[in-house]
Design a binder for this molecule. Structure first.
Ligand SMILES: [Ca+2]
Length: 331
């Protein structure tokens, strides 16, 4: 078993906010969180009218054996349905908790430790919390995926999580205590790309075809396929891929050794883009991701190595070929 201090009973409370059900990397991050974080809460964002992301997160956590993890549905902006790819796979009739502000305030008030907020989507809910309870700004430690400095594949706009609610982003960056940004500048890197040719995707598909396979990873496999299909529709001539930006952000929140940060003085523009400005605001921004170390850490949970070829069937064998359920589980 690899060392995992956040599984200890006295470890800090980790709040993961996710727009799961769109890019594959949210589901992978939740898979890692379910395996590595004991005191875990999941809050959705960019939520749909029917709380589909919360229902999906609930189902995924249940299948991963984490019925103890609380799931809350966060902000529901117009148009979120266009960014949800998992229609029809999970029921949407169970009750959903939506009291995000009250829940987080209570989580802070009942803890004597920092509360870690891992931002893997737009930060509208955190904006509401910090405005409502600015006395909690120092207790909530934010590590957020998003933002860029100096260069980006689309310099005319902010990156996705920022662009979904630039007003909230601007306020949170001004209110939060030493917020840290794991920037798209560093996560958009080939080392972190999952494609249809990646061992992880091949493992998911091979696993699905196994006889009597438990359904733990079925939703993640569907998320991968639907994301690649979505990307192919948007860019038919490119290899579809998902950068593991959210898993890296989760790991950065849990372990200081994997991503380097520095203090930059920046101006936060109205659309959320950041520019260097000596008279601006101090933010902690990533300067480097230790890709090899990150991939090693990811491989402790995710099947990142090539799938071994199945053994050739023995002719005239009298032995059973059934395997125990645990043999089908990911590491
Ligand atoms: Ca995300």
């Amino acid at each position: 078993m690899f060392p995992c201090p956040f599984r200890e009973t006295n470890a800090p409370h980790v709040l993961v906010q996710t727009d799961i059900g769109y890019d594959l990397d949210d589901a992978l991050a939740l898979w890692i969180a379910a395996r590595t974080v004991g005191h875990l809460t999941v809050i959705t964002t960019d939520e749909t009218r029917d709380y589909q992301r919360a229902h999906l997160a609930r189902e995924l956590l249940d299948r991963l054996g984490r019925r103890d993890v609380k799931v809350l549905a966060g902000h529901r902006p117009p148009g979120a349905e266009q960014r949800f790819l998992m229609d029809g796979l999970v029921g949407t009739t169970a009750p959903v908790c939506t009291d995000v502000v009250d829940y987080v305030v209570d989580a802070c008030e009942t803890s004597t430790q920092p509360v870690l907020w891992v931002g893997m989507g737009p930060v509208t809910d955190l904006d509401n919390i910090l405005i409502d309870r600015p006395d909690l700004c120092e207790q909530i430690q934010l590590t957020m995926m998003g933002g860029w400095l100096d260069s980006y594949r689309r310099p005319d706009r902010a990156s996705h999580n920022v662009r979904m609610d630039p007003h909230a982003f601007g306020l949170v960056m001004r209110l939060a205590h030493r917020p840290r940004l794991v920037m798209s500048t560093h996560t958009n890197h080939d080392a972190l790309a999952i494609t249809p040719a990646s061992p992880l995707y091949q493992w998911l598909n091979q696993w699905l075809t196994m006889p009597e396979a438990p359904f733990d990873f079925e939703l993640i496999a569907h998320n991968a396929t639907r994301w690649f299909t979505h990307r192919t529709r948007r860019a038919p001539n490119a290899v579809p891929s998902s950068w593991m930006s959210d898993p890296v952000t989760l790991l950065a929140a849990l372990d200081d050794s994997l991503v380097d940060f520095t203090t930059e003085t920046v101006r936060i523009q109205r659309d959320g883009r950041l520019v260097r400005d000596a008279d601006g605001r101090s933010l902690q921004v990533s300067t480097a991701i230790h890709y090899d170390d990150v991939l090693t850490r990811l491989s402790h949970v995710l099947p990142m190595t090539p799938v071994p070829a199945p053994p050739a069937p023995l002719s005239h064998s009298t032995h059973t070929t059934e395997s125990a359920p645990d043999e089908k589980r990911a590491p």
